[in-house]
Ligand binder design. Structure first.
Ligand code: UD1
Ligand code: UDP
Length: 365
């Protein structure tokens, strides 16, 4: 029996890996081991509870205001011990976090094959997203399997000289997750608060925006709220204290914005399905929105999700106050622009990514 170890540590990795774990569990020819690094804590356990997946290991490394050094060193040391004990035939990692990088490096040092889920996303700018662009390129060097969500991602990998027979286009596992969460009859007290207004869902958390860019984003949004009384924003704030302090400083007690705790993923998906539009710098949300037909203003200078831009759902807005203000305002006042962006499409797959990945591993490992 082949031993497959699935390793993840942050909220988005959990959302995208739990459906894969469940698919692996269905296959009795695998011994599946789930290992959490615990890079996130509450935000990770929220997802584990939602999907009802339990971990075999948890390095539980999170510290308040942790640095990239803290995360990488703790995971490298912790994974060494677990990999030496379990000696899996394959380690599966996801995306571009420090968990992904440090785990792939540990597996590489132990000469254990790595499967990279959500492989091939690129901006080719090491400063944005930071440090994620480095992480995913570095993992790409070590990977035996590249599970690319789209053909664009596959082309990136081919251009970098990855062997064609190691790249598989499967779609993104986030669509698998999304397909299980949307409810027609969904209600929530906060949605009641927003009833009768235009609901905007927002998240901002990226490291490269800390400081002035994040202040500018928030000030641009606040100006729109001051101008349009019928708009209400829900912002489930990431637990990072840097983000919280900035949001509180700019929005204070503004009556049209609710700064709330991170939502369970099921709630978040249904909030997004109810919202008129989304303001975000999140990666995962850029993939979910096209499927729900929700326009997204991307509060970053680059994106590794060009498929969503091509589909018309995503618009890259950057982080400058004036541009954020203008583009947000425009989407509220220009019906043609809104309609152009609000068509549902599925550039990130049909919800069968997990099944495809498991089949490929079964066939080839
Ligand atoms: C990490 C990833 C980023 C991903 C994001 C998803 C890295 C370098 N960054 O960034 O790619 O987009 O996760 O959300 O891998 N915290 C808590 N509880 C939690 C989670 C975080 O209190 O459950 C606080 C802690 O103070 C922690 C801080 O947030 O130190 C930052 O967490 P960290 O994982 O270092 O960075 P993220 O910004 O979450
Ligand atoms: N999400 C969630 N609760 C929230 C905000 C986001 O469950 O309060 C989900 C969202 O649906 C998406 C993922 O978290 O699947 C995105 O995670 P995040 O923005 O933290 O990371 P990124 O995708 O930018 O790496």
């Amino acid at each position: 029996m082949k031993k497959v170890m699935v390793v993840f540590g942050t909220r988005p990795e959990a959302i995208k890996m739990c459906p894969l774990v469940k698919e692996l569990y269905k296959n009795k020819e695998f011994h599946t081991i789930v290992c959490l690094t615990g890079q996130h804590r509450q935000m990770l356990y929220q997802v584990m509870d939602c999907f009802q997946v339990t971990a075999d290991y948890n390095l539980d490394i999170m510290q308040k205001n942790q640095t990239l050094f803290d995360i990488t060193i703790s995971i490298l040391t912790g994974m060494k011990n677990i990999l030496e004990k379990e000696r899996p035939d394959l380690v599966l990692v996801h995306g571009d976090t420090s968990t992904t990088f440090a785990t792939a490096l540990a597996a590489f040092y132990m000469q254990i094959p790595v499967g990279h889920v959500e492989a091939g996303l690129r901006t080719y700018d090491l400063s944005a997203p930071y440090p994620e662009e480095f992480n995913r390129q570095a993992v790409g060097i070590t990977a035996r399997y590249h599970f690319a969500p789209t053909d664009t991602a596959r082309q990136n990998l081919l251009r970098e000289g990855k062997r064609e027979d190691t790249i598989y286009v499967t779609g993104n596992t986030v669509i698998d997750a999304l397909q299980t969460s949307i409810r027609k009859d969904y209600t929530h007290p906060i949605l009641e608060w927003a009833k009768g207004s235009r609901l905007v869902l927002m998240t901002v958390h990226r490291r490269e925006s800390f400081g002035e860019p994040m202040y500018q984003i928030f000030r641009g949004i606040k100006r729109v709220l001051d101008e349009f009384e019928d708009v209400k924003v829900v912002y489930p704030i990431h637990l990072n204290p840097v983000v919280r302090d900035t949001a509180n400083a700019v929005f204070g007690e503004h009556k049209q914005i609710k700064l709330i705790e991170p939502l369970d993923v099921l709630d978040f998906h249904n909030f997004m399905n109810t919202a008129e539009l989304v303001l975000t710098d999140s990666g995962g949300i850029q993939e979910e929105a096209p499927s729900l037909g929700k326009p997204v203003l991307v509060l970053r200078n680059t994106t590794e999700r060009p498929e969503g831009v091509a589909a018309g759902t995503l618009k890259l807005v950057g982080t400058e106050e004036e541009r954020v203000y203008q583009e947000f305002r425009r989407l509220l006042t220009d019906r043609a622009e809104y309609d152009k962006m609000s068509h549902a499409s599925n550039p990130y797959g049909d919800g069968t990514a997990c099944r495809q990945i498991v089949e490929i591993i079964k066939r080839t490992l």
